[in-house]
Design a binder for this molecule. Structure first.
Ligand code: FAD
Ligand code: PHB
Length: 389
């Protein structure tokens, strides 16, 4: 078998790239290790930048998103006795959109099936061969049978635990990492959100986030210990802890109910350089991870897809390789800015195990500065709504 571009990973990065390339008549094969239902069962991102929404439009898959998503023109920050809003619209003229990653992925899978583009699920032993040659190919197994697909380019969209990044030799690859000494325990519940806007709350008991998917589906997170297990947290214990970390008025009006999903995500910052090796291009979580505090993971995956999509269209339409030659440099320039922002939001709002009294005073002073400075709020807002591509 032969296709122009093999896409490894059927998460949002791989599916979005596949759909954009399809619109330009470039054929792709998506190889996904899990089943469609498994991928759709992962509850992850909820906040999308307008840049992401525009890419979905360009891919022709934004209809349901336009109907069912919610525009958020600001967010609330709370820290001990301080509470204030960050008005994205007033500060940047821009907003973010609340629409779950599950829905994004569902729309992309439906669109891919509708145009008859090929996806292979349950792939095992995926291997990239000759990425640094002019004739790359990918081998994989399904139900024990070996398959080979020849291609022009390989897009490594297989997330943090995928094989694409590992295919770049250690002599070429350099990795930068910061592991945080805590995780986020998240629950999804069929209850109305506690607030119209998201609440990012720092407290002496640790961080909490009030988010949502729609008018009757809430998503809440609390900072937890890395040794915690989601199954040991009863719903009652979760709600009680959340209430102790968010503003008192919010805690009073919080509607609780049974959780329909509960999981723990460890927090990590990670970047792999370069993001290209020969004809292999890394995109999204395969190349970089951020702690979720700034809502940047999926959005940064989308900016990689933007650069790679334009680079591939350029090479197929004009033969010009400037875009693919500069892909890694362009993508990484934006990646490092989102890394900085995500690290900053995380540091500002979480409790760290060995924080001294001095560290806490500085953290509090920084929140007070943010509350009182329009300039500081503008910097947060510009990063949160998304830096230009
Ligand atoms: P993935 O979603 O990881 O997809 C990779 C796919 O590749 C998977 O389906 C996997 O099964 C498949 N795969 C892996 N290995 C192989 C292989 N060897 N062969 C074939 N297939 C393979 N981001 C935001 O922008 N906003 C948010 O609000 C936000 N909130 C988050 C909250 C939480 C709790 C978490 C955990 C993350 C959050 N993120 C957020 C981050 C976001 O979910 C990720 O950045 C996003 O999923 C990255 O998409 P991806 O397609 O690059 O990788
Ligand atoms: C979410 O709704 O899952 C979400 C929102 C904002 C974040 C992280 C996660 O910063």
């Amino acid at each position: 078998m032969r296709v122009q571009v093999v896409i490894i990973g059927g998460g949002p990065s791989g599916l979005l790239l596949g759909q954009l390339l399809h619109q330009k008549g470039i054929d792709t094969l998506v190889l996904e290790r899990k089943t469609r239902d498994y991928v759709l069962g992962r509850i992850r991102a909820g906040v999308l930048e307008v840049g992401f929404v525009n890419l979905m439009r360009e891919a022709g898959v934004a209809k349901r998103m336009e109907r069912e998503s919610f525009i958020h023109g600001g967010t609330v920050i709370s820290y001990e006795d301080m509470q204030f809003g960050i008005n994205f619209e007033a500060l940047t003229g821009n907003h973010v959109v609340v629409y779950g990653q599950t829905e994004v992925t569902r729309d992309l899978y439906d669109a891919r099936a509708a145009v008859g583009a090929k996806t292979v699920f349950n792939t095992e032993h995926v291997e990239i061969h000759g990425a640094d040659s002019d004739a790359p190919y990918v081998t994989y197994q399904v139900d024990g049978t070996e398959h080979r697909v020849d291609c022009d380019y390989v897009a490594g969209c297989d997330g943090f635990h995928g094989i694409s990044r590992q295919s770049i030799p250690l002599t070429v690859r350099r990795e930068y990492e910061k592991v945080y000494p805590f995780g986020w325990l998240g629950i999804l519940s069929e209850t109305p959100p506690v607030n119209d806007e998201l609440i990012y709350a720092g407290s002496d008991r640790g961080f909490a986030l009030c988010s949502m998917r729609n008018a009757n589906l809430s998503r809440y997170y609390i900072q937890c210990s890395l040794s915690d297990h989601a199954e040991d947290w009863t719903d009652a214990a979760f709600w009680q802890e959340l209430k102790r970390r968010i503003p008192a008025e919010a805690a009073e009006r919080l509607v609780t109910g049974p959780s329909i999903e509960k999981s723990i995500a460890p927090l990590r910052s990670f970047v792999c350089e370069p993001m290209r090796w020969g004809r292999l291009f890394l995109c999204g979580d395969a190349a970089h991870i951020v702690p979720p505090t700034g809502a940047k993971g999926l959005n940064t995956a989308a900016s990689d897809i933007h650069y790679l999509y334009h680079a591939l269209v350029q090479v197929y339409e004009t033969g010009e390789t400037e875009g693919i030659n500069r892909y890694s440099e362009k993508a990484l320039a934006r990646v490092w800015k989102t890394q900085r922002f995500s690290w900053w939001m995380t540091t500002l709002l979480h409790r760290f195990p060995h924080q001294s009294e001095f560290d806490l005073k500085v953290q509090k002073a920084e929140i007070a500065f943010l509350r009182d400075s329009r300039d500081a709020q503008t910097v947060l807002a510009q990063n949160y709504v998304g830096l230009p591509y």
